[in-house]
Design a protein around this ligand. Sequence first.
Ligand SMILES: [Zn+2]
Length: 331
Amino acid sequence: MNYLQLPKIDLHCHLDGSVRPQTVIDLAKIQGVSIPSHNVDDIKALMVAPESCPNLDEYLTRFALPVSVMQTESALERISFELFEDAALENVKYLEVRFGPQLHRKQGLNFEQIIASVVKGMRRAEALYDIKGNYILSIIKVLPKDDINEVIDAGAKFLDKGVVAFDLAASEEPGFCHEYIPYAKYALDKGYRITIHAGEQGVGQNVYDAISLLGAERIGHGIHINNHKDAYELVRAEAVALEACPSSNVQTKAVESIESHPLGEFYRDGLLVTINTDNRTVSDTTMTKELQLAVEKFNLSEQDYFKIYKISAENSFASNEVKQSLLKYIG
Ligand SMILES: [Zn+2]
């Protein structure tokens, strides 16, 4: 299989976890931001998480450095463009990027400016390369909740114009969904689609709650439904797609090892699984690498991969027109 040439779809990719190390250095210079080194290898070492972190929180510390230079419109626009460019160059045909607008206000940008900037970068890449994309707005659960509706309102102006969905991200506590019911409802009423990080570190019950209480159509990771029968059955019954991110799941200890990742079993049991990067820089990965890893470790044929690609296309938040165009790449 020529992994690089195969068409790909990435539905779970974080903007701040996918910044080029050299860009952090360039932007720090432009913005006068102090960073620990101007050597690209040093900066990359600070951004990439070790192959196995003690836990998700340790993994999440890797985002502080890129976020420090993601506070201006031009920086956000550039980083968005570069992410779509990197993806296009490895034949990713459709990319849904998520990010937390609440993290980018340190220099006074408002939510509308923040969202407009990343959409602008994506549009510039779409015009140059054979790739399409959309943005997902991630609410960062460790931050105060008082501006969540403001994020939703700002993003609503971009719905179907570059923004498609609402997400909850950051470390996962048992039962977290209960606190976010009014916000998810507010987003749904405005016309957002819903995907929620759940069952990554935490319990399968969080996946059940994300679907039943928050209206999630897709689940970020969802690995831990393998020990929660009700969540597993609900995922199947509601045809909820799971956004698997194999390398990241090993790094954050969501699974013991790649061999114990349930993606292969889920796929063979008919669940809607997709393969994604999570964070291209923090996990030091690409879609090409994740695809190769999944094919080799889970014994997938090319036909299996095309089925997974089709699941990704059909469960993306793209327009019907874009979905049709994505299916053409696999004949
Ligand atoms: Zn994620």
